[in-house]
Structures are given as structure tokens and as C-alpha cells.
Ligand binder design. Structure first.
Ligand SMILES: O=P(O)(O)OC[C@H]1O[C@H](O[C@H]2O[C@H](CO)[C@@H](O)[C@H](O)[C@H]2O)[C@H](O)[C@@H](O)[C@@H]1O
Length: 676
């Protein structure tokens, strides 16, 4: 491969020196830096000023430094990036311009209605967290499952700077399309259009399926190999430097190089590139990327794939691109300028972007991170688009704050910094996604009493069906509130957390189109009534509010003490008390499995025919096989399933024979209390 040594600044090469005959590819693909393309792909030169070598080097160094923001602290041991308070405020401000794709999800879902989605994903920093060793950038199983699920719903492609083979090795999903080397190596579906495309050949994938292979830079292979070897050689003495061969481009990593040596790296890469005017340099996350001077990038790859999939120029197609890097901006631009689809920028720090939405770095939220959640949303949104039931997304963060429910300050559990927590308002049949972040110092589960967890009873947020959410982790509950109009609430089900807060209202309204048998109320006022515990009496002189419960009406305030009108006494000392007695019985109706507005059905209490009486006894735990196990009677072999007949009434007696307070939980579906 010929090398030119008469150019001091390879990034400013005159494209007229290059010709199709020398590289064997269509001249419209050449795009030397400093050169802009008209919409018709004709090259127009910007020859405004001559740029000095020093300027080029120093701009490289600036770019290298800016790819490693200094305002973030890295918790070395955990690998988690912590945002300082200022940076956090700046980030929140930035999300006004680039809203979180999770909070804007309803909007995205509405735009997706009636459209066909096409999803494009970057790999490093998007599907896998950024790690020191590029060979260890593995994606989590949760991420893989999420990607597999979206790929089942609609065409999904990964477009990466890595070699296509390497990305496939990491991802291992045959359901996807892969584009490596920043889109210069695309394995896509066989389409008549692609057959006609220059640099496109028919091939077979690893499963023997016929595919189209598009490699517009194939002529550069020997040159890239040569440069790769030179770069390996020249950087071998620099501790931490790593050169990665990405087939049609080369990455020079300086993440593990002492910052003092970054200038040397820049100098070495510069020295090599000056002999290769047909190669250019772009910047990634602590990586210098050497690639052919072609007008081909991730944006072009998106357009190519849409075309190959028969999805280009269609009003009913909504492409979504998720990426974190500067090279992903080309794809964001294509979507923005084409005025269709959305770019979602993954970033923990504010930066200018052509994306519409943002998502926080996957490394911040651990294994099941924001990207996984976003992909789950997208997959569900697709079923939603088919089924017509909207999605609604909530973020709940539970943490401790100091509040004075009874006048004196004490630690309470807040939800999103508020006590009581925010009201979750949804409409019947909505698919509800609630991402719960546990910022407490103990395990957490959130339960939704009274809400039927249709086909999702294990999401009920109680021990036994749900694993607890460990501190500093999150879990996303997903359930559909089918035909359940009413006022509900959520609370933490573990230990005595519910006595310290962490609760809020959950209201399910009817669809506007579905009539309710009463006048439309002027508004909703949520009143949560419960016991509260304080070690002291309510001291004299503290300002507590009283709600008079009288037929004529009530008044409401944020936090209040309830006092019945015929009771003139001051509120008594409040002690912890569960809504539970040691023997508690009720009649239980299994209502229709289908959706009905009056799920209890109608019945006459006196004529209820109780078919079964069950006594559930809790006993002190007994030692079985060396372990303490909770019991519901003397240790014996028994079956744990309760048999009940559809639409029958059963009586359940709950008995607590333990020395500690217990609560019983009837999980799930169509159980209705009809008396107690
Ligand atoms: O387009 P992408 O899929 O985002 O690939 C861009 C580059 O990603 C990789 O480097 C980045 O991730 C590494 C592993 O986390 C990290 O160590 C490095 O600092 C990042 O720049 C990949 O190794 C490069 O070849 C890609 O060009």
C-alpha cells in the first residue's frame, strides 16, 4: 500500500490527491477532515487557513483531555462514578434540554403508536459499561435479555466502533444486525436495494443464513493492518497504551496511560498518520480512532440499514438510536435532520448533542441499569403499540430524611425526598413501570395492596415472591392495572419500615371514554390515615392540625392528626400498632377472572354460602434440619397450596401464635374481602 510522506498534517489532506483508481472505491465516499459534503455528496474544500502542526497537536490534546471530565470522582473500589452536588445540579439542568428518555417515555410511546420501530444501539458505554480493559467490556445478562426481547419485537442493530466479529463475540445474539468499524462493516438483511449498492456483496452469516455484506472501506484493509502494526510498535514503550485492531479502523487507547504521557501518544499517532493522508483521526472516550477518509459513519450506517430493511422514507417508521460517544452524534444528526426518530444520549455529564433524550451511564445503576430499563420500556411499548394500552413510568427513590410528623424531628423514610411520598396517578389498563431505587441502609420491597397483579402476582413486593432490593440498587416493578378504578397506596413491606414512612397514594382513574356511575368530581384529595409512632406524647404547644370527620365535610392539610368529632380528648400517646389482631377472619369472594367494573359482584351477606374455612396459624420458628423455619402449625409434612373454587366464598382465620407481630399477605389476583 502506498504511503505519502509529503503531508505534515494528515487531518488536512487535500482530497483531490485521492482518486478512485488508487483506492478503488466511489469518490463520493471520501471525506477528509476540513472537507464538507454538499447534500449530493460532492466534495467542497474549506481552504480558509493553513493550520500549523502545533495547533493540530494541541487540539488533539485538548480533545483527549475533554474525553475525561475532571469534575467526577471515581469511587475506585466500586467503579461507580459519583457526581458532586454541583455537577448533579448541572446535570439536572441539562436534562431540561435533553430530558431523560425514561421520564419522557410516555411521549415516546405516544409517538410510536401506529409506527414500526427500528432500534440502533451502540455497544461500548451503552450496552456495556466503560471498563479499563477493552477486552473485558462484557455486557450483563440482564442487558442481553433486554436486547434479545427488543429484537423479537422489531429490527434491532448494533453499530459499533469495534470490529463486527468482536461485537458479536460480546453480544452473541443471532437475532440482531451488526455493523462494526463505525458502520464500515455491515452485515444486514438481503434486499434487492442492497444488491445494487456499490461495495455490497452477498454472503452467509455464522448460521449459514444469506446476508448482505457492505464494506465500503475494504480497499483500506492492508493500510489499516500496516498502521495497526506501526502503532503497536511505536507505543509499546508507553505504559498502559493499547492498540486495538477494529478491522477497518484502529483504536489507540490511553485510558490506562499516565496523563503526562498523553502528549507523547498524540505525537506518536500524529507521526504515523502524517504518512497516511487517506486516514484520519477521530476522538472517542479516552481513545484515538484512526479510520479511512470516507464519508461514511454511524449515521450513514443507520440510513443504509433502514434502506436494507425496507424502512427508509416511510412515515410510519420510528428509528431510535441509543449511544454515548462522539461517533454516535453522526447517527443522532441523521435522525434529527431527517426529522424522524429519536437519538438517546447515554451520558452522566452534560454535553451538547444532536440527540433528543438522555439516559444516565449504565455503570451508575449497576447491573440492571437505565439502559436495560429503557430497552424493557421500548419492548413493552411495542406490545403497547399493538395492544393500545399506554405505558406510564415512575421513578421512586426511597431515602431517609428528617421530618416532624408529630412536631419533634425524627428520621422518616421519604420517597423522592418527600414524606408522604408522591401520588402515582394512572389510568385503568395502563402498563405501569415503577423503578424503585433503594437508598436506605437495609433491604427494601414496595407493595401495592389491593391492586390486582394480573399475570404478575410475583411483583406484589412481599418477601417470598419478590427478592428484596438491596441498598443502593434498584428494581423495576411492571404490572398492568386492568379495570381497577380506585384509590390505593404503596408502602415498604419489609420489617417495620411502613411505620417510618415510605408510603404514598396510588390512584387509578377510569378512561375518559368509560363512564362512571357518579358525577365527575371537581378534584381528588388523597387522605392517608394511619398510626404514627413517637417516643413522647405530643408536647403542649406544638402545632398539629386536626381533621374533623363530620358528615358536613372535611378540610384537608398536608399532614394531620385525625380526631373524631365526639372525642374531645387530646390525641393519646401514639404507640406502634399494626393493623392486625391475633385472630382475624373474613369471607373471601373469588370474583370473575374477566375484567368487570364492579369486581365484587353482588351478593347478600346473609345468604353467603361459605364453602371452606381455613385457619392459618403462625407459630414461633422451629428448627428443622438445623435451620430456624417459620411454621404455620406443628412441624409436619403438608401441602402448602390452598384450594379454592372460582367464585366461591371461603373463610380464612389468621391466627398469630408467635410472640412477635406478624402480618399475612394474600398475594395476587381476584380475592375480595366481603366481611370481617
Ligand atoms: O462505538 P462503540 O461501540 O462505543 O465503540 C467505541 C470504542 O469502544 C471501545 O473503547 C471504549 O470502551 C472501552 C471498554 O469499556 C474503554 O476501555 C475505552 O476507554 C473506551 O474508549 C473499544 O475498545 C474501541 O475500539 C471502540 O472504538
Amino acid at each position: 500500500m502506498d504511503r505519502k510522506s509529503n503531508h505534515s498534517a494528515p487531518v488536512l489532506t487535500d482530497p483531490t490527491l485521492m482518486s478512485k483508481s488508487r483506492l478503488g472505491i466511489h469518490s463520493s465516499l471520501y471525506s477528509p477532515p476540513g472537507v464538507v459534503f454538499s447534500p449530493g455528496l460532492f466534495i467542497t474544500m474549506q481552504r480558509k487557513k493553513s493550520i500549523k502542526l502545533e495547533d493540530v497537536r494541541s487540539s488533539w490534546l485538548d480533545a483527549m483531555k475533554s474525553s475525561s471530565p475532571t469534575h467526577r470522582k471515581i469511587a475506585k473500589d466500586s467503579g461507580i462514578e459519583l457526581l458532586s452536588a454541583d455537577a448533579d445540579a448541572a446535570y439536572r439542568n441539562w436534562t431540561l434540554k435533553y430530558p431523560s428518555a425514561l421520564s419522557a417515555f410516555e411521549h415516546i410511546t405516544n409517538c410510536a403508536k401506529g409506527k414500526r420501530l427500528a432500534l440502533f444501539l451502540d455497544y461500548d458505554g451503552t450496552l456495556s459499561p466503560i471498563v479499563d480493559n477493552p477486552d473485558c467490556a462484557f455486557m450483563s445478562n440482564a442487558m442481553r435479555a433486554a436486547v434479545r426481547n427488543v429484537a423479537k419485537c422489531f429490527p434491532t442493530a448494533i453499530i459499533s466502533g469495534r470490529s463486527r466479529d468482536k461485537v458479536f463475540e460480546f453480544v452473541g445474539l443471532t437475532e440482531l444486525y451488526y455493523a462494526g468499524s463505525h458502520g464500515m462493516d455491515i452485515m444486514g438483511p438481503v434486499q434487492s436495494m442492497s444488491n445494487d449498492h456499490p461495495n455490497c456483496i452477498r454472503s452467509t452469516d455464522k448460521q449459514g443464513k444469506e446476508v448482505n455484506l457492505f464494506q465500503p472501506a475494504s480497499e483500506f484493509l492492508p493500510m489499516i493492518d500496516e498502521v495497526f502494526r506501526s502503532l503497536v510498535e511505536i507505543t509499546k514503550e508507553i505504559k498502559g497504551a493499547e492498540v486495538e485492531n477494529n478491522k477497518f479502523c484502529v483504536s489507540v487507547h490511553y485510558r490506562n496511560v499516565d496523563e503526562q504521557s498523553w502528549t507523547i501518544i498524540a505525537q506518536y499517532v500524529h507521526d504515523i498518520l502524517k504518512d497516511y493522508p487517506r486516514l484520519r483521526l477521530t476522538h472517542g472516550r479516552k481513545v484515538l480512532e484512526v479510520r479511512p477518509v470516507l464519508d461514511w459513519d454511524k449515521g450513514k450506517a443507520v440510513e443504509f440499514l433502514l434502506e436494507s430493511l425496507g424502512l427508509s422514507n416511510c412515515d410510519d417508521v420510528l428509528p431510535i438510536y441509543v449511544g454515548d460517544d462522539r461517533t454516535d452524534e453522526d447517527a443522532f444528526k441523521v435522525l434529527r435532520e431527517g426529522n424522524h426518530g429519536y437519538g438517546i444520549l447515554v451520558s452522566s455529564a452534560p454535553k451538547e448533542s444532536a440527540a433528543f433524550y438522555s439516559l444516565r451511564d449504565p455503570s451508575e445503576m449497576g447491573l440492571v441499569g437505565s439502559i436495560v430499563l429503557c430497552l424493557i420500556n421500548i419492548a413493552l411499548a411495542f406490545s403497547l403499540c399493538l395492544a393500545g394500552d399506554p405505558f406510564v413510568n415512575f421513578e421512586l427513590e426511597l431515602s431517609y430524611i428528617t421530618a416532624s410528623p408529630l412536631g419533634s424531628p425524627q428520621q422518616v423514610i421519604a420517597v423522592n425526598g418527600k414524606f408522604p411520598g408522591p401520588t402515582l396517578k394512572v389510568t385503568a389498563n395502563y402498563n405501569v413501570l415503577v423503578n424503585v431505587k433503594n437508598k436506605l441502609d437495609e433491604n427494601l420491597l414496595i407493595t401495592w395492596p389491593g391492586v390486582q397483579m394480573r399475570r404478575a402476582s410475583w411483583q406484589d413486593g412481599v418477601l417470598g415472591t419478590n427478592c428484596p432490593i438491596p441498598p443502593n440498587s434498584n428494581w423495576t416493578y411492571q404490572f398492568q392495572v386492568i379495570d381497577q378504578i380506585g384509590s390505593f397506596f404503596y408502602f415498604p413491606s419489609l420489617h417495620f419500615q411502613r411505620a417510618a414512612g415510605g408510603f404514598g397514594s396510588f390512584t387509578i382513574s377510569n378512561w375518559n371514554t368509560v363512564p362512571v356511575p357518579f358525577n365527575i368530581p371537581d378534584g381528588d384529595i388523597e387522605i392517608m390515615i394511619g398510626d404514627w409512632y413517637d417516643t413522647e406524647l405530643v408536647p403542649d404547644g406544638i402545632g398539629f392540625e386536626t381533621i374533623k370527620v363530620e358528615p358536613e365535610g372535611y378540610r384537608c392539610c398536608h399532614l394531620a392528626i385525625l380526631q373524631f368529632s365526639r372525642n374531645s380528648h387530646r390525641p393519646s400517646p401514639l404507640i406502634p400498632r399494626m393493623m392486625f389482631t391475633t385472630s382475624h377472619s373474613w369471607l373471601n369472594l373469588s370474583a370473575s377472572g374477566g375484567a368487570r367494573s364492579n369486581q365484587q359482584g353482588s351478593f347478600h351477606y346473609g345468604s353467603i354460602n361459605v364453602t371452606d374455612t381455613l385457619v392459618l396459624k403462625s407459630m414461633p420458628p422451629a428448627e428443622i434440619d438445623g435451620k430456624l423455619r417459620p411454621l404455620t402449625g406443628p412441624p409436619r409434612m403438608d401441602k402448602s397450596a390452598i384450594n379454592a373454587t372460582y367464585k366461591h366464598f371461603i373463610e380464612i382465620i389468621l391466627q398469630n401464635n408467635d410472640s412477635v407481630v406478624q402480618s399475612f399477605h394474600m398475594d395476587g389476583y381476584s380475592f375480595f374481602v366481603v366481611g370481617y
